[in-house]
Design a protein around this ligand. Structure first.
Ligand code: F6P
Length: 552
């Protein structure tokens, strides 16, 4: 007799810890942060945790000590520690693709041993890193010349999703450490405007393209790479120039060769690196050229610092675990639909966009690992912008709107660009005062009595009241260094992992992006056919296609 099919795990909502949290929520949901702080003068020091150069203040969350205990019970009950250890050990936890999930191996030290099918993958990781370093140094020093003998001054990364967002975010974040004689550009959108605008002022003789694509089949990247090649050949009048001006980062050697890039100029990675977890693989080549191999290795060291913290710190002091569980508290028990990330550092302008892919592509899932529909919410909408700009745009809704938006505020003790002002406090003092003011205002608000005491007329008072009780995390660090950035990214990677375990979803596949890709592939010939195509879509899509055909 064959084995019976494995029984699906009971829904998370049936777990004792989940049910205890639901009951507890009914009791504490009405508590105000004012009530939590007033009797507990140590709360602001007590509810903090440190790791890998980061300090998390989570005291301004709508939690009691009991809430935290129950959330930690939930983490234990769903097996966060066991799943974490399985990931680090190279088990094939990406069950729908049958793959290990080992971005942590990309930043493992040289003497570490991480086995996949009995083979230690760490030497291969360092071999690629060393090749990247040699190449990056050759470009930076001018030893690598273009086809006409000129040194490279412009590096253009062509990629999309994880093959773009990581490099562009980290390049912007670490610009302070970059060689400013090099111009870095990132082309991602299949909209020709992206490539045209990003190359219009570049001299092809001094330009290197890095075609970054895990699969080397992604429509946008392949179209952009082909057009970039045409731009280069037209500019230099020489097809042979491609070899000196194009390199590739991919897992697909055959397709790279098919494109005409010498395999010697290909930097590989592995199927156990997900696109949104690939910045610290060869996908980071453009960044390494910009900041140099030494700083890139510092970035990897920071990732590893956080990996070690996540792997070894007790759950109650573990930054990714705390952030993940607090997110679950708001998402599943308060019904919060979104989560804002608000970096108070201009260099981190792209960090929220990067986190959107990391979080939403990972946990935007509606079935469990074994394919059952979930009966609870999973990943939130993640969004944000650097402060203080957001304050003058959308913070109004966070302060006084009708929806609860938990926020992460990120800030640094020291600016990389200390700039005094004529008034005395530096720009950085002004910036930092805003961070602390926002989290204070969001937590404690302003009561009607306080508003009236300030002389506001009765009829305006309702408009001037701040309810407060808006939860925030504050993440602080000394200064934005490559190492700190690595730790910060890994913090969110592991936060997303913790939440994926709680929600029992596969955080490492992305089937949800497939259908649109397939349909686009079908529609392209319908848009371009010389004779009227037979359209078999719904009436709306058919009409849209006809409208475009009449005007293109
Ligand atoms: O959007 C889907 C996706 O597969 C992402 O997960 C990935 O980062 C992106 O496309 C780019 O894929 P590739 O690196 O294979 O071009």
């Amino acid at each position: 007799m064959s084995d019976p099919a494995p029984r699906p795990a009971p829904s998370r909502t049936q777990l004792p810890a989940w049910q205890a949290l639901a009951a507890h929520h009914a009791e504490v949901a009405g508590l105000h942060l004012r009530d939590l702080f007033a009797p507990d003068p140590q709360r602001g020091e007590r509810l903090t945790a440190q790791g890998a150069g980061l300090r998390l203040d989570y005291s301004k969350n709508r939690v009691t000590d009991e809430t935290l205990d129950l959330l930690l019970d939930l983490a234990r009950e769903v097996g966060v520690e066991q799943r974490r250890d399985a990931m680090f050990a190279g088990e094939r936890i990406n069950v729908t693709e049958g793959r290990a999930v080992l971005h942590t191996a990309l930043r493992a030290p040289q003497d570490a041993v991480v086995l996949v099918d009995g083979e230690n993958v760490v030497p291969g990781v360092h071999e690629v890193l060393d090749r990247m370093a040699t190449f990056a140094e050759a470009v930076r020093s001018g030893e690598w010349r273009g086809a006409t003998g000129q040194p490279i001054r412009n590096v253009v990364n062509i990629g999309i999703g994880g093959s773009d967002l990581g490099p562009v975010m980290a390049y912007e974040a670490l610009k302070h450490y970059a060689d400013r004689d090099l111009t870095l550009r990132f082309v991602s959108n299949v909209d020709g405007t992206d490539l045209v605008e990003k190359t219009r002022d570049l001299d092809p003789a001094e330009t290197l393209f890095i075609v970054s694509s895990k699969t080397f089949t992604t429509q946008e990247t392949m179209a952009n790479a082909a057009s970039a090649r045409a731009w280069l050949i037209e500019g230099l009048g020489d097809e042979g120039a491609v070899a000196r001006h194009f390199v590739a980062v991919s897992t697909n050697a055959d397709a790279v060769q098919g494109f005409g890039i010498d395999p010697a100029n290909m930097f590989g990675f592995w199927d156990w690196v997900g696109g949104r977890y690939s910045l610290d693989s060869a996908i980071g080549l453009s960044l390494m050229i910009a900041v140099g191999p030494g700083q890139f290795r510092e970035l990897l060291a920071g990732f590893h610092d956080m990996d070690e913290h996540f792997r070894t710190a007790p759950l109650e002091d573990n930054l990714p675990v705390l952030l993940g569980l607090l997110g679950v508290w708001y998402r599943n028990f308060f019904g919060a639909q979104t989560h804002a990330v608000l970096p108070y550092d201009q260099y981190l302008a792209y960090f929220p966009a990067y986190l959107q892919q990391l979080d939403m592509e990972s946990n935007g899932k509606h079935v469990t690992l074994s394919g059952q529909d979930v009966d609870y919410d999973t990943g939130p909408v993640v969004w944000g912008q650097p402060g203080t700009n957001g304050q003058h745009a959308f913070y109004q809704l966070i302060h006084q709107g009708t929806t609860l938006i938990p926020c992460d505020f990120l800030a640094f003790a020291q600016s990389l660009n200390p700039l005094p002002t004529a008034q005395g406090p530096s720009h950085h003092d002004l910036l930092t005062a805003n961070v602390f003011a926002q989290t204070e205002a969001l937590a404690f608000g302003k009561t009607r009595e306080e508003v009236l005491a300030g002389g506001v007329p009765e009829e305006l008072a309702p408009h001037r009241v701040f309810e407060g009780n808006r939860p925030t995390n504050t993440l602080l660090a000394e200064r934005l260094t490559p190492r700190l950035l690595g730790a910060l990214i890994a913090l969110y990677e592991h936060k997303v992992f913790v939440q994926g375990v709680v929600w029992n979803v596969n955080s490492f596949d992305q089937w949800g992006v497939e259908l649109g890709k397939v349909l686009a592939g079908q529609i392209v010939p319908e848009l371009t056919a010389d004779s009227e195509p037979e359209l078999r879509h719904d009436s709306s899509t058919n009409a849209l296609i006809r409208w475009y055909r009449e005007r293109r």
